[in-house]
Design a protein around this ligand. Structure first.
Ligand SMILES: *[C@@H]1O[C@H](CO)[C@@H](O)[C@H](O)[C@H]1NC(C)=O
Ligand SMILES: *[C@@H]1O[C@H](CO)[C@@H](O)[C@H](O)[C@H]1NC(C)=O
Ligand SMILES: [Ca+2]
Length: 352
């Protein structure tokens, strides 16, 4: 299912639609230019299909019946903290207060391009926003460390994709939780728990993933330094864009893992499967050389990315400013009309 649906998604990517909707207000002539562009864009995507193949890598994947997981030495995966294996899932935390647990790969991953498909389930007794704290998927240098970042250490080195189910920062109303968010750490960047990681985020999206009857998935794709996160949570087998960032530099030889934490509020955080696909793509020798040089994780144009998320907030501010000034104007006009009609009436009275 995964490979085919991803490709369909690529073909129906937003770009052509965006051009079409703009085409409507264009002249007839430019319509043909747009049509040509769409055609070219489609060709590009088609080419991408041809050069890309996927292979499931069992050594980096975790799936039923979880043979040997958690037992000493025999499995590719190691359990930590309160994590527990049953026949149905790897439960990172139970729906109880102050727990943390994780599952970590024992084998460093040296693949250049990969895709991690996470089948997960978050459920519990708590009502909305009375549950927490969330879970994370990792590709990091460190492994099997306890800590405050969704059950992993702070100042981690590598990639973390978080499913944050509790809004710690209350004053921002524009963000709906649960919220999926990605962060790249270099060993000295701290995750700001009080601000739900806004200061270090690469981007994210809301995802109503709690207490659902159907299956929920998260996809993390890393290809030619482009990080893409998508979610499939509506039970329709459709993938929704969450974030897509070029210029993400991740070294090879890091470890995959998943972790979760509960505090005063709790949830069951379950991993049903982690499937890692190797993606084979064509790349130039220049690309190869550059990639071999990456030793510390980083993101190109991080300042720009941060500006964009700040802009989002000021966009909201602008909206409210405009809204309130318009309301103010209307109010003044109404007052003006009332005063004018009163003055008119009293003037008429004076004349008669
Ligand atoms: C990590 O990133 C921060 C912020 O971008 C930067 O100030 C710091 O120098 C980086 N540390 C390393 C070891 O690259
Ligand atoms: C993480 O890094 C920051 C800044 O480099 C530092 O102030 C903080 O003490 C570090 N935290 C941990 C737990 O190492
Ligand atoms: Ca949070």
């Amino acid at each position: 299912m995964a490979a085919a649906s991803w490709r369909n998604h690529c073909r129906e990517s937003k770009l052509p639609f965006c051009l079409i909707s703009r085409g409507r207000i264009m002249t007839f002539k430019s319509y043909w230019i747009v049509a040509f562009l769409i055609f070219t864009v489609r060709l590009c995507f088609a080419d991408d299909d041809h050069e890309m193949e996927e292979f499931l890598k069992r050594e980096y994947s975790l799936s039923k019946p979880y043979q040997g997981v958690g037992s000493l030495g025999s499995s590719h995966w190691e359990l930590m903290g309160d994590a527990m294996v049953t026949t149905e899932q790897v439960r990172l935390t139970p729906d109880m207060q102050s727990r943390q647990g994780a599952v970590w790969s024992r084998i460093p991953c040296h693949l250049k391009d990969w895709e991690m498909q996470v089948h997960f389930k978050i459920h519990g007794q708590g009502k909305k926003n009375l549950n927490g704290d969330g879970m994370a998927i990792w590709y990091t240098k460190e492994r099997v460390q306890k800590g405050p970042v969704f059950g992993n250490m702070d100042n981690f080195t590598g990639l973390g994709v978080f499913v944050d189910t509790y809004p710690n920062e209350e004053k921002y109303i524009e963000r709906i939780f649960p919220f999926v968010l990605a962060m790249v750490g270099n060993g000295s960047i701290s995750y700001d728990h009080e601000r739900d990681g806004r200061t270090t985020e690469l981007g994210g999206c809301n995802a109503m993933v709690r207490n659902l009857k159907h299956d929920t998935f998260l996809f993390i794709r890393y290809i030619r330094r482009r990080l893409t996160v998508m979610i499939d949570i509506d039970g329709q087998h459709e993938w929704r864009d969450c974030l897509d960032i070029p210029g993400v530099r991740l070294p090879q030889g890091y470890y995959f893992g998943a972790s979760a934490i509960t505090g005063d509020l709790s949830d069951n955080h379950d991993i049903i499967s982690l499937k890692l696909y190797q993606l084979t793509v064509l790349r130039s020798s220049k690309d190869e050389e550059e990639e071999d040089e990456i030793t510390i994780p980083s993101v190109d144009n991080m300042e720009l990315i941060r500006c964009q998320s700040e802009e989002g907030m000021s966009g909201l501010a602008i909206f409210f400013t405009v809204l309130f000034s318009m309301l103010g104007c209307i109010f003044l006009i109404v007052i003006g009309l009332v005063v004018y009609s009163h003055w008119n009436e009293s003037r008429r009275k004076r004349f008669y």
